[in-house]
Design a protein around this ligand. Structure first.
Ligand SMILES: O=C(O)C(=O)C[C@]1(C(=O)O)C=C[C@@H](O)C=C1
Length: 102
């Protein structure tokens, strides 16, 4: 039992590391989007884009046997942080960080 638990926890640790690295890459992209939007006076949030992302993620979650409501909550949580970053960039505090660290 102990060996099985240790094996599963190793996999969990690897998956958590992958999630962190993927999120870091996503935030690198969204920081660039934030600068583009600020440079072109576009609003930090784009609700129609978010609606498309949520619909797509819910479909992917269903196919992957993941609770679509959980997938939606997770995406909304991440996007809320991105919008916060976009607002900081637009306010001229573009170096401010949050979930991206530093
Ligand atoms: O695609 C954009 O316009 C973004 O700013 C990125 C992003 C996202 O994190 O995916 C964040 C905020 C928007 O409301 C929609 C999507």
């Amino acid at each position: 039992m102990r060996a099985e638990l240790a094996r599963l926890r190793d996999s969990i640790d690897n998956i958590d590391a992958a999630v962190v690295h993927m999120l870091a890459e996503r935030f690198k992209c969204t920081q660039q989007v934030g600068h583009l939007k600020a440079a072109h006076q576009l609003p930090p949030a784009d609700p129609s884009r978010e609606a498309q992302q949520i619909a797509r993620l819910r479909r992917l979650a269903e196919n992957a046997k993941l609770d679509p409501a959980f997938a939606e909550k997770l995406l909304n949580f991440i996007i809320a942080e991105v919008i916060r970053h976009h607002e900081s960039i637009a306010d001229g505090a573009g170096q401010a960080t949050g979930a991206t660290g530093e």
